[in-house]
Write a protein that binds this ligand. Structure first.
Ligand SMILES: *Cc1c(COP(=O)(O)O)cnc(C)c1O
Ligand code: SF4
Length: 335
């Protein structure tokens, strides 16, 4: 058991770490020792999606390597400006499943509650890059409507905090939100979809751990990690603190060309995740989003990589390869 005193590993608080995140291509390249001549970097503004790369994540980038798999997830490249065939701005048709602002109710029994409009990192391949976040931020009035909706949907047993990144919400606000959700009797499970424990592991504060540990909900945190190099000692410690509270830890990744599209990399990722107490959950194929075509790999390649992975790992370390097909009742298994 890990006591909270060992949380003194948090040398500075997560908000200041976030504030000092890198927001410009030139600054990012300088920080990782990559010459601007060796990449086709552009400003985030040019592609309509700002650069945002927190330093704990940047510190795991290999110095001087323009092809580093972590660098390529956060650096805007000229390729983002290429119009791609079938690239859409709302590929999952989420607008259609929004009964009240802040809620996405697509699947039976579980709903997404869009808790925060922004993220702690801007992943260049993200399908939310074109979302109108402003219209979905959970203001107090919207929260009242969202809670009323959840109360009316007695089939719903699980609430998934999503966004953006829900852990950008302060501990105090998160605590208020969870307390309110706990008053809805048919909700049994709380899930949090977040990349923060990976990019700024200092976000896992003692207050957050205590809140999750004492909740009447069964709590699951689904982190988002694409490459074994994203896991360092601090990420491991954050996971240990959550595990100590009985939180179930799962991971979802996106299959990305030139980043993690090899069985070797994904095998190492699963093994590393399990070592720190996280089970692989989903491996998503990339959605056809405008500006991210350079991360896309053909489905036949994805299947081949996944089959190799399956042949090398115990079943419980193989993530499910899935796509999101608009109108489906769940993610769609690919095999
Ligand atoms: C992915 C997703 C979920 C969760 O699906 P699970 O298969 O339960 O992980 C729920 N709602 C929406 C809208 C989703 O996109
Ligand atoms: S953290 Fe998730 S939602 Fe946010 S930019 Fe990255 S992939 Fe998108």
């Amino acid at each position: 058991m890990i006591s909270h005193t060992s949380l003194q590993w948090q040398s500075s608080d997560w908000q200041s770490i976030l504030q000092s995140a890198i927001r410009h291509s030139t600054e990012l390249l300088q920080a990782v020792g990559v010459s601007p001549n060796s990449v086709t970097a552009i400003t985030g503004e040019a592609s309509g999606f700002p650069i945002l790369a927190p330093k704990p994540f940047v510190s795991r980038i290999e110095y001087g390597n323009p092809q580093d798999p972590l660098l390529l997830q956060v650096l805007a490249l000229k390729e983002e400006m290429t119009p791609n065939q079938g690239g859409m701005t709302d590929p999952l048709e989420e607008k259609r499943f929004t009964p009240v602002p802040g809620i996405i109710h697509k699947y039976f029994g579980r709903v997404l509650l869009m808790t925060s409009g922004s993220c702690a990192v801007n992943c260049r391949y993200c399908f939310r890059r074109h979302n109108d976040y402003g219209s979905n931020i959970l203001t107090p009035a919207r929260l009242t409507d969202a809670l009323a909706y959840l109360r009316s949907q007695t089939d719903v047993t699980e609430v998934i905090l999503s966004g953006g990144d829900p852990l950008l919400t302060s501990d105090r606000k998160l605590s208020e939100l969870i307390n309110q959700l706990e008053t809805i009797p048919h909700i049994q499970r709380l899930r949090i979809h977040t990349r923060l424990p990976i990019v700024i592991p200092q976000r896992i504060t003692p207050e957050l751990c205590e809140q999750l540990g004492r909740s009447r909900f069964q709590v699951t945190i689904v982190v988002h990690c694409n490459h074994p190099q994203e896991i360092d000692a601090e990420v491991g410690l954050a996971m240990a603190h959550l595990n100590a509270q009985g939180v179930t830890l799962l991971n979802q990744s996106v299959l990305l060309k030139n980043i993690n599209n090899s069985a070797e990399t994904l095998e190492a990722l699963s093994v590393e995740l399990f070592r720190i107490g996280v089970l692989p959950y989903y491996l998503h194929t990339l959605d056809p989003v405008q500006g991210a075509a350079h991360f896309y790999q053909p489905l036949s390649d994805s299947k081949r990589v996944h089959q190799t992975l399956q042949a090398r790992l115990p079943g419980y370390l193989v993530p499910k390869l899935v796509s999101e097909i608009p109108g489906s009742a769940s993610k769609t298994l690919i095999y």
